[in-house]
Design a protein around this ligand. Structure first.
Ligand SMILES: Cc1ncc(COP(=O)(O)O)c(C=O)c1O
Length: 284
């Protein structure tokens, strides 16, 4: 990580939230839609490394890190320099109207750092939910099928389709239905108290989920399985070793796409639909 100007130590100089934060909170109540919540009503002045400085001069340890998406801190010198340089040249042309090299560069980087040495392509979208929605669109179009398989505890976003893909009704979906159809939920591998021991959980749980897909959905109807490689909502649990490869290898022969979504400790990477797992599809 590059050095940051924000001192890397905790410093409390007012009550929390401080007077300036409380003042902004009052303005916020009058101006910002009530549906938007914040965990801590402390307003940020600047941030960097592992520290968030508030408008009252307090320095707090940043355990949130933007829900684990600012992995290099909030003001890494290389990120700031590259973004500032870009903003100085132009802010937006819309890649679909006038393309530019930086978009291609980011896709090349994503293809390089995401798992697998097969041929890959990426597209850049505005949010995680939009990435998941587009992965589903691509999988449905590529396979000519409709069913999407998702997992217990999963969180996939706040749009209609991604709410439908999300497991938990409370609080994410409550009052917002009806949701899109052709979504099938199967159990997630969870090693804690797995009857035959945690070491067997990965392959056994994956096999049970695949059996459910085959018997209840029909493998030939599945366009995609959407999987969080590390679940955030499921108590930040990682599927035990053996589950992801088993799900992936089950997708290939049936022609469905396995679509790993953004994982918690990683970046807001767009969902990728791997060509390897679309083998056998009638339209690819
Ligand atoms: C696993 C996962 N998928 C999708 C999303 C939705 O991302 P966004 O809020 O950028 O739409 C999130 C957001 O927290 C997420 O954790």
């Amino acid at each position: 990580m590059e050095p940051t100007e924000v001192a890397q130590s905790r410093r409390i100089v007012t009550e929390i939230p401080g007077p300036r934060s409380r003042e902004i909170q009052k303005r916020r109540s009058a101006a910002v839609a009530q549906g938007v919540g914040s965990v801590l009503p402390v307003y940020v002045e600047r941030a960097g490394g592992g520290i968030v400085e508030d408008v009252d001069g307090n320095a707090l340890i940043d355990f949130g890190s933007g829900i684990a998406v600012t992995n290099v801190g909030n003001a890494d010198a290389r990120v700031v320099a590259r973004a500032a340089e870009q903003l100085g040249r132009f802010t937006h042309t819309c890649f679909m109207v006038n393309p530019y090299e930086a978009y291609v560069e980011v896709c090349e980087a994503l293809n390089r750092v995401t798992p697998g040495d097969h041929e890959k392509r990426s597209l850049l979208l505005n949010s995680g939910a939009e990435a998941v929605e587009n992965a589903v669109k691509i999988a449905r179009s590529a396979t000519g099928r409709q069913a999407v398989v998702v997992f217990d505890h999963a969180y996939h976003g706040r749009t209609n389709l991604t709410m439908g893909l999300t497991a938990k009704n409370m609080p994410y979906k409550q009052g917002f239905g009806p949701f899109a159809g052709e979504i099938h939920r199967v159990p997630m591998a969870y090693a804690y108290r797995w009857p035959t021991g945690p070491e067997n959980c990965g392959p056994e749980a994956a096999a049970a989920a695949i059996d459910q897909i085959v018997k209840q959905v029909g493998a030939e109807n599945v366009a995609a399985m959407v999987i969080e490689p590390i679940q955030g909502e499921g108590a930040s649990s990682s599927p035990p070793p053996g589950s992801c490869p088993r799900w992936s290898s089950s997708a290939a022969p049936t022609g469905s796409c396995s679509s790993p979504t953004r994982c918690r400790p990683a970046s807001r990477a767009p969902a990728t639909c791997s060509p390897v797992t679309t083998r056998g599809s009638s339209r690819t």
